[in-house]
Design a binder for this molecule. Structure first.
Ligand code: NAD
Ligand code: 89V
Length: 338
């Protein structure tokens, strides 16, 4: 089968990782890049060899891509999905799909009505240490408790200044990743309780969230996220985890140390991720996961297999974000409504 022809829409901060990763993806080639800012479009074209556009309609009409990769911020996803779907292109779209769950539902309806395939670029569950952690889980038997932690003081607003202005901050930007990891490791969620705190001076929304999830399996999981933990060395961008089961405990510690504790034994493995040739050392974990996410998208387009992070699947993760905001507002546990 010939290579699928793709186009990236939005060539800003995080799209630099998408653009570089597309060069390493088997089965796809980038034919167009598009940004409202001509300088960003031109730089992306110089990086990838694809044709530069500043207008999405013109790009879709001229390049006629098989798929588009939407890497703009969330407010623009709904109209861009509508345009790409009308042009018959399959879509991979950055998280969060939309500012709220009503927008996510409209995006899914648009894609389904057009008969195109839609996947969210939810890359955390494609991080190789988290894949290794899940592979190791049978060794601890039935899991009944977990703590999944994203706790960093990394200056997220320096790279993504728009985050200081949003009312929904860490839960929608980062909690969405970690809640998806909780689903990836422990399955769907029956109910959720959350507390949020505005801990970042100058940021409008919450920079810290602490949640308790009751999974349908009966397992209980604490999901904790902060952008304001003053700690050195800082674990950014690692997600740390502890999972306790009937037969043992797994701990994914800083610097990719995976511990398997069973009665009378401790096994330790270094599960450091492989690093793409173009990776920046600080972002290598995230950049490797971008590569894995985009390869999964192309592999599923070619094979017809369901995406792990299809639009429909991501609705369940988004419902956890909505439930967390509702719980923080009411002080009560909330049942997620996908
Ligand atoms: P950004 O503002 O740096 O880049 C967005 C770009 O899109 C800008 O260059 C803008 O000009 C362009 N754009 C906007 N509307 C457009 C349109 N109609 N046509 C063409 N171009 C258009 O934003 P960012 O920080 O790169 O974030 C983009 C997305 O990536 C967000 O949804 C964010 O949540 C996500 N993100 C994900 C991760 C991750 O790990 N998965 C990390 C960082 C950011
Ligand atoms: O996922 C995100 O959008 C980013 C980061 C990985 C830095 O948290 O904000």
């Amino acid at each position: 089968m010939s290579a699928l022809r793709g186009a990236v829409i939005g060539c800003g901060f995080f799209a630099q990782n998408h653009l570089k990763a597309w060069g390493d993806i088997a089965g796809a080639e980038l034919v167009a890049v598009c940004d409202l800012d001509p300088a960003k479009a031109a730089a992306a074209a110089a990086l990838t060899g694809a044709e530069a556009f500043t207008d999405v309609d013109a790009m879709l009409a001229a390049a006629r891509p098989d798929f588009v990769d939407i890497a703009t911020t969330m407010e623009t996803h709904e109209p861009l999905v509508a345009k790409a779907a009308a042009a018959g292109a399959d879509i991979i779209c950055q998280k969060p799909f939309a500012p709220d769950i009503a927008g996510v539902r409209r995006i899914l309806q648009t894609a389904e009505a057009a008969g195109i395939r839609l996947m969210v670029h939810e890359n955390f569950r494609f991080q190789s240490p988290l894949i290794e952690l899940r592979r190791a889980m049978p060794a601890i038997g039935e899991p009944f408790f977990a703590h999944i932690a994203w706790r960093t003081g990394y200056d997220v607003v320096a790279g993504q200044p728009y985050l200081a202005k949003v009312e929904r901050f860490i839960l929608l930007d980062l909690g969405i990743h970690v809640l998806d990891v909780a689903r990836f490791l422990l399955g769907d969620v029956a109910d959720l309780y959350a507390r949020t705190q505005r801990t970042m001076p100058g940021a409008r929304g919450e920079a810290q969230a602490t949640m308790t999830l009751r999974h349908r399996s009966g397992a209980v999981c604490a999901v904790t996220c902060t952008y304001t933990n003053r700690i050195d060395p800082d674990p950014f961008p690692q997600t740390l985890a502890e999972i306790e089961g009937r037969d043992g405990t797994l701990r994914l510690e800083r610097d990719y140390r995976l511990e398997l504790h069973r009665p009378g034994s401790l096994e330790v493995r270094d599960i450091r991720p492989g690093v793409p040739s173009w990776a920046d050392p600080q972002w290598a974990l995230a950049q490797g996961s971008v590569l894995n996410t985009q390869q999964h998208f192309v592999d599923c387009l070619k094979s017809g297999a369901e995406f792990q992070t299809s639009g429909r699947d991501n609705l369940k993760t988004f419902a956890l974000v909505e439930a967390a905001y509702a719980s923080a507002a009411s002080g009560q546990p909330v049942v997620p409504e996908a």
